[in-house]
Design a protein around this ligand. Structure first.
Ligand code: FE2
Length: 194
C-alpha cells in the first residue's frame, strides 16, 4: 500500500523535536468549581430511576477547559455516586485505582473478598484490577465521592474493565470495542433492580 506516492499505511511520519513538542503541547486549564447543590440535583434525578443499576448512578465532574484526558482535571476523574439502601453494586474490577470517600450512608465495600464496613467520613481505596462491590444498608442513601486515574489510562488505550465479573466480560475501553461500561450487560437485566 502507498500513501501520497510513498510506501506505508498513512499513519506514520517522522517529526523533528520542534514538531513533536508542538504536537504534545496542551491548552491551559483553569481551576474549576462545582456547587454541591448542582451535583446533588443531577444525582437525585438519577436516583428516581428505579431500573438504573446502582453502578451507573453517578455524575462526573467535568472541566470543559480540556477535551483530552476528560475529567475534573486532565487525567483525574471525580465522580459522585448514589446507592440506595439495599442495593448492591455487583463485583467487578478495572485497572484504574479507585478512592472512595463516603459523604453519607452506611454499608460494606468488599475488596478482593475483604469486607470493609463504611460510614460517613470513611475512605476506602481499591487497588488496580482488584475485585470490589458495594452494598448499601441502613436508612440513608450512600453517597460516595470517587476519584480515579482512569482518564489517563483511557487516553493511552490501556483502560480495561471486567464488569460484571467474568473473564468473558473483560473490555478494552476503545471505541469500536465497547459502547460503554455496560456494553456486555444483558438488556433484560436492566428491568430488574439489584
Ligand atoms: Fe468500580
Amino acid at each position: 500500500m502507498s500513501t501520497n506516492g510513498k510506501p506505508g499505511f498513512g499513519n506514520a511520519r517522522v517529526a523533528t523535536a520542534d514538531e513533536y513538542f508542538k504536537r504534545v503541547r496542551h491548552t491551559a486549564v483553569r481551576g474549576a468549581h462545582w456547587a454541591g447543590e448542582d451535583v446533588m440535583a443531577t444525582l437525585n434525578e438519577l436516583g428516581k430511576d428505579p431500573i438504573r443499576h446502582a453502578e451507573r448512578r453517578f455524575v462526573s465532574l467535568i472541566n470543559e477547559d480540556h477535551a483530552e484526558l476528560a475529567g475534573a482535571s486532565p487525567g483525574i476523574f471525580i465522580g459522585v455516586q448514589l446507592i440506595h439502601p439495599g442495593e448492591l453494586v455487583p463485583n467487578h474490577r478495572h485497572n484504574s485505582v479507585a478512592i472512595y470517600h463516603y459523604l453519607q450512608g452506611e454499608g460494606t465495600t468488599t475488596v478482593e473478598g475483604v469486607a470493609y464496613p463504611y460510614k460517613r467520613g470513611d475512605t476506602i481505596v481499591c487497588p488496580a484490577w482488584a475485585y470490589h462491590e458495594h452494598a448499601a444498608r441502613g436508612t440513608e442513601d450512600t453517597i460516595m465521592y470517587v476519584v480515579q486515574d482512569m482518564p489517563e489510562m483511557a487516553a493511552k488505550r490501556t483502560l480495561f474493565f471486567e464488569e460484571p465479573q467474568g473473564i468473558e466480560n473483560v473490555r478494552h475501553m476503545v471505541q469500536g470495542t465497547s459502547e460503554s461500561w455496560s456494553a456486555t450487560r444483558d438488556p433484560a437485566a436492566e428491568a430488574t433492580p439489584v
